[in-house]
Design a protein around this ligand. Structure first.
Ligand code: IVH
Length: 679
C-alpha cells in the first residue's frame, strides 16, 4: 500500500499536469474518465485524511465555501493603464515618440511585440516560491481585491509554476469568457427566466467577483497572461518582453499565440489590420491591439508617465456595442413572407458604422428581451453581422411605453398572418401579390451574392416598382422595354441606363448556384444552392427534383428537402422559371460530381496541411461524393491530421476513428483522383 500522503501528492501532480494538457496546451493525453477517477480518488483521500488537504490542491478548482467580503491588497508593483491610439496615424506618432525618447534616428526600426487587447478583467497573480499565493483584481491600480479562491477555479491559472520553485513574481493578464461559453451561459439563463448578460466581458467580470467561488467555477473563465509586475529572485531574467511571454508559457500559462514580433511600425499597422479583420472569428472578445517595445532595456530607458508606460500603447478598435434610444418598432416583410420586427433607432456609431435600424429577429424575441419604444437599448454590431438590439437598459428608462404587440395582418397587403406549426415566425401567405414580398424577392434576386446586378439596388427597385416597370422577377429582363422612360428619370440618363441594362444582360449567364440561390426558395441559402447546383448540373434537372433524392444530398435535411419540393410543386414558381428561361437566362452549369469515391464517408481535416488548402481538400471530398465535417464524432470515417492538430486528433484517438497524415491521405488515392487534385 502506498502511503496516503505520497499518493495524494502524486495525484495532485498528475491532475495538474493533465489539467494543463487539456486547458492550456489543448492537447489532452488521457480520457476524461481517467481524469475524473483520479480526481475522485483525491477527493476521497482528502476527506479521509483532512490533514492532507492543501490550499493548492486541484480539488479547490471547483470552488469553496463563500466569503463574506473580499479583503484588499496592495500590488507589489502598480497595475498601470495604457495610452490609447486610434488608427495608423496615431500609431506612427507613438513610434516617433518612442524614437525621440530613445534618441534614435527617425528612420530607425524599433522592434515591437504586438498582441491582442483582451476585452475582460485584468488580474494580477502573485506566486511565491512557485506556488500561487494571491490573486488580485486591478482595483484602483495600486490596491485591488483579493480573489484567490475564485482564481483557483480558473483552469488556465496554474496553481504551481511548472519550472520555478523560488522567488516572487506577479503575473499579469486578463480574465475573459470564451464566446462559446457565453452563448451557452445566456441560453441557460434564458431557459431559467433570468436576465441575460449583455456581453462576455460583463459575464467574466461578474464571475470573478462572486463571493461564492463555486459560482465562479460555473462560469468556465479563461485567463490569458500578457506580462509581469514585480519580480524578485529569478536568475537569468530575460532581456525582451517576447522572452518573458515564453517564460510564462513554459511555466504553464496560456499565452495567446496570435501575436507578432514586428520590425518597425508599418509591420505593427499590418498586424493591427489583420487582427481587426479576424476579430469576429476569434474565440473571445478583443477591443484592440497592444503594442509594446520588445527590448526591456529600451523599456527602462523610456520609463513611465503618471498614467502608464511610454513604451506601450493600445490601438483601440471601434466598440461593438453602444447605447441609444429605440424610437419605434417597425415591421419588415421578407421574400418568403416572414414578417419581422425591426428596431428604428436614434442613429448611433457602433462597430465602425452609423446604425439606425437593427433586427429584432422575431416577436417572441421582442417579448423575451422586453424592449419597448422609447427604451434606452444596447445595440451590437460585431464584424459583418447585421446590427441587433441586445436588450433594454431598464435603469436608464424612466417611463416605459406599453409592451408592443405583434401584428395580426400583413403591414403591406393587410392579409391575415399565419404561423406555421412549430415555427416562431409569422408569415404573410399572399405570396403572389403582396407588394412587400415582391419587393424583397427582387432585392434578394439582384443582390451581390445572388445575381449581382449592379445598379439595381433597394432604392431603384422601390422606384421601378412604383412606376410599374418592375412587377416580378422576370420583369427585370424586360426592363429594356422601358429604356426611354429610364433615360428620362432623375439621376439616370443614357449612360446609367446603358450600364444597368448591360449589367442585367450579363447576369443571364451567372453560375447555376447563384441562380438557384437568387430564386429565394425558403431555407435555401448559398451553401445549399451550391450543393443543389453540384447535384443537378442544370436548371432543367433541378426544377424536377423530389424530396427523397434531395434529402439524400449530404447536408440537406428533411425540412429543407420538403420545402424545396413544395416550392417546386407550385405551378406559379414553375411558370416563373419557364419565363426566365424564355427571356434568355442561361445559368452556367456547375460541374457535377466527379466520382463516388468517398460516398458514405465523412472526413475531418485538422492541423496544418502542406500541399492542399483546407478548403481545397474539403471541396475535393465533396466533389467525390463524400462529406467534410468540422468536428470529429462517431460518424467520422477518417481524420487527416497535419502538424499542430490538437483536440480533434485527441478526440479521434479517443473514439477510435482512423487517423492519417496528409501524405498518407494523398498516397491512398487512386492515381486519376490524385491527378485531378494536381490540375
Ligand atoms: S499590457 C503597463 N497587454 O488593457 C502595461 N494589457 O489599459 C500593462 N489589456 O486593463 C498592460 N490585453 O488589463 C496589456 N495584451 C495586453 C492586454 C492588456 C488587455 C488590458 C489591461 C488593462 C488595459 C490597459
Amino acid at each position: 500500500m502506498k502511503n496516503p500522503a505520497d499518493e495524494a501528492s502524486e495525484l495532485r501532480a498528475f491532475l495538474e499536469e493533465h489539467n494543463r494538457n487539456y486547458y492550456v496546451l489543448d492537447n489532452p493525453t488521457i480520457s476524461d474518465t481517467e481524469y475524473d477517477e483520479k480526481f475522485l480518488r483525491l477527493v476521497e483521500l482528502e476527506r479521509e485524511f483532512p490533514e492532507l488537504r492543501t490550499p493548492l490542491s486541484p480539488t479547490q478548482r471547483v470552488g469553496a465555501e463563500p466569503l463574506k467580503e473580499f479583503p484588499s491588497h496592495q500590488h507589489l508593483q502598480p497595475m498601470l493603464s495604457l495610452d490609447n491610439a486610434f488608427g495608423a496615424e496615431e500609431l506612427i506618432a507613438f513610434d516617433e515618440r518612442v524614437k525621440r525618447g530613445l534618441q534614435l534616428d527617425p528612420e530607425a526600426a524599433i522592434t515591437y511585440l504586438a498582441e491582442v487587447k483582451f476585452d475582460g478583467l485584468s488580474l494580477s497573480l502573485t506566486y511565491e516560491n512557485g506556488a500561487l499565493a494571491l490573486a488580485t483584481t486591478r482595483g484602483d491600480g495600486t490596491q485591488g481585491e483579493v480573489v484567490t479562491q475564485n482564481a483557483k477555479t480558473v483552469r488556465t491559472i496554474p496553481l504551481r509554476l511548472a519550472e520555478t520553485e523560488t522567488g516572487v513574481i506577479e503575473v499579469r493578464g486578463e480574465i475573459v469568457m470564451q464566446k462559446e461559453v457565453f452563448e451557452q451561459l445566456n441560453q441557460t439563463r434564458l431557459a431559467r427566466g433570468e436576465q441575460v448578460f449583455a456581453n462576455p466581458r460583463n459575464a467574466a467580470a461578474g464571475g470573478m467577483r462572486q463571493l461564492d467561488s463555486r459560482l465562479t467555477a460555473e462560469r468556465k473563465l479563461t485567463f490569458f497572461a500578457y506580462g509581469v509586475g514585480f519580480v524578485e529572485g529569478f536568475s537569468g531574467w530575460p532581456n525582451t518582453h517576447s522572452e518573458i511571454l515564453s517564460l510564462l508559457k513554459r511555466n504553464g500559462f496560456l499565452v495567446y499565440d496570435r501575436l507578432r514580433r514586428c520590425h518597425g511600425i508599418q509591420e505593427v499597422i499590418a498586424f493591427t489590420e489583420e487582427i481587426l479583420a479576424a476579430r469576429s472569428s476569434l474565440p473571445f472578445g478583443i477591443d484592440g491591439v497592444v503594442v509594446k517595445v520588445d527590448s526591456l532595456a529600451q523599456q527602462d530607458e523610456l520609463g513611465l508617465t503618471s498614467r502608464g508606460p511610454r513604451w506601450a500603447v493600445a490601438n483601440k478598435f471601434p466598440a461593438e456595442q453602444a447605447f441609444t434610444t429605440l424610437v419605434s418598432i417597425g415591421t419588415q416583410v421578407g421574400r418568403t413572407g416572414v414578417v419581422t420586427p425591426v428596431a428604428e433607432l436614434e442613429p448611433v456609431f457602433v462597430g465602425g458604422v452609423t446604425v439606425s435600424r437593427a433586427t429584432l429577429h422575431n416577436w417572441e424575441e421582442v417579448a423575451r428581451k422586453d424592449v419597448r419604444p422609447g427604451d434606452r437599448v444596447i445595440v451590437q454590431r460585431a464584424g459583418d453581422v447585421i446590427p441587433e438590439v441586445v436588450g433594454p437598459v431598464i435603469e436608464e428608462t424612466k417611463v416605459r411605453a406599453a409592451k408592443p404587440q405583434a401584428p395580426t395582418h400583413c403591414p403591406a397587403c393587410n392579409t391575415p398572418l399565419i404561423q406555421q406549426l412549430g415555427m416562431v415566425a409569422w408569415r404573410c401567405p399572399n405570396r403572389r401579390t403582396c407588394p412587400a414580398q415582391i419587393e424583397s424577392r427582387l432585392i434578394h434576386f439582384a443582390s451581390r451574392l445572388a445575381m449581382d446586378i449592379e445598379g439595381l439596388g433597394e432604392k431603384q427597385i422601390a422606384r421601378y416598382l412604383e412606376l410599374g416597370y418592375l412587377t416580378d422577377l422576370p420583369s427585370i429582363y424586360r426592363l429594356a422595354d422601358f429604356r426611354s422612360e429610364l433615360e428620362n428619370l432623375d439621376r439616370m440618363g443614357e449612360r446609367s441606363t446603358e450600364n444597368l441594362l448591360t449589367a442585367i444582360e450579363a447576369s443571364k449567364t451567372r453560375p447555376l448556384e447563384r441562380m438557384i440561390f437568387a430564386l429565394g426558395i425558403p431555407l435555401v441559402g448559398s451553401r445549399t444552392a451550391k450543393d443543389l447546383a453540384r447535384t443537378y448540373g442544370t436548371l432543367q434537372k433541378f426544377r424536377q427534383a423530389h424530396a427523397n433524392e434531395l434529402s439524400a444530398i449530404p447536408d440537406i435535411g428533411e425540412t429543407t428537402a420538403l420545402g424545396i419540393e413544395s416550392w417546386l410543386a407550385d405551378e406559379e414558381n414553375q411558370e416563373m422559371i419557364s419565363c426566365l428561361l424564355t427571356l434568355g437566362l442561361a445559368p452556367q452549369g456547375t460541374q457535377g460530381r466527379t466520382s463516388d469515391y468517398f460516398a458514405g464517408q465523412t472526413l475531418v481535416f485538422t492541423g496544418k496541411l502542406e500541399q492542399l488548402s483546407r478548403e481545397q481538400a474539403e471541396e475535393f471530398v465533396i466533389q467525390n461524393g463524400g462529406k467534410a465535417a468540422g468536428s470529429v464524432s462517431k460518424n467520422t470515417t477518417l481524420v487527416v491530421a497535419g502538424p499542430g492538430a490538437g483536440s480533434k486528433l485527441a478526440k479521434a484517438e479517443q473514439l477510435g476513428v482512423p487517423v492519417t497524415t496528409e501524405e498518407g491521405f494523398l498516397a491512398s488515392l487512386p492515381d486519376e483522383l490524385r491527378a485531378s487534385l494536381e490540375e
